[in-house]
Design a protein around this ligand. Structure first.
Ligand code: FES
Ligand code: FES
Length: 158
């Protein structure tokens, strides 16, 4: 039997009827057409599906949509403001922090949580902050640089 849930995604509130078994990532991609959240493994390994739920990064392939009922979600589509890239998006652009880009939305959301909690992380802290996100292309070096770039720019703006 379907359940009615209400949740806010990137500042917009949605009410929908969902099957209790619907995964949050499927809800975001198929019900709300927010396809920036990727599915890489479906087994909680890769982090491609990472979003923020009430400010905490979660793997949306291992949460049910009903568990997010009443919550606030941020996906990659919610980071840019007024057509201006978020500092992390700028950082990934400037430092070539991606190749195929499949891991990038999840990397950015995990990095966003990291920078919210620790605005000036060391390289080690950055690597720890994204340890739940796998990248098959970059070797991680430019991802670390991208996060450092964002940390520097965010601090400069503060
Ligand atoms: Fe969720 Fe890989 S798709 S962790
Ligand atoms: Fe291809 Fe990370 S850029 S998986």
């Amino acid at each position: 039997m379907k359940r009615t849930i209400t949740l806010t995604v990137n500042g917009t509130t949605y009410t929908r009827d969902v099957e209790p078994r619907t995964l949050l990532v499927h809800f975001l991609r198929e019900e709300l057409a927010l396809t920036g959240t990727h599915i890489g493994c479906d087994t909680s390994q890769c982090g491609a599906c990472t979003v923020l739920l009430n400010g905490n990064s979660i793997k949306s392939c291992t949460a049910f949509a009903v568990q997010a009922d009443g919550g606030e979600i941020t996906t990659i589509e919610g980071l840019a403001e007024d057509g201006k890239l978020h500092p992390l998006q700028e950082g990934f652009w400037e430092e070539h922090g991606l190749q195929c880009g499949y891991c990038t939305p999840g990397m950015i959301l995990s990095s966003e949580q990291l920078l919210q909690r620790n605005p000036d992380p060391s390289e080690e802290e950055i690597r720890k902050g994204i340890e739940g996100n796998l990248c098959r292309c970059t070797g991680y070096q430019n991802i670390v640089k991208a996060v450092q770039h964002a940390a520097k720019n965010s601090t400069a703006k503060a």
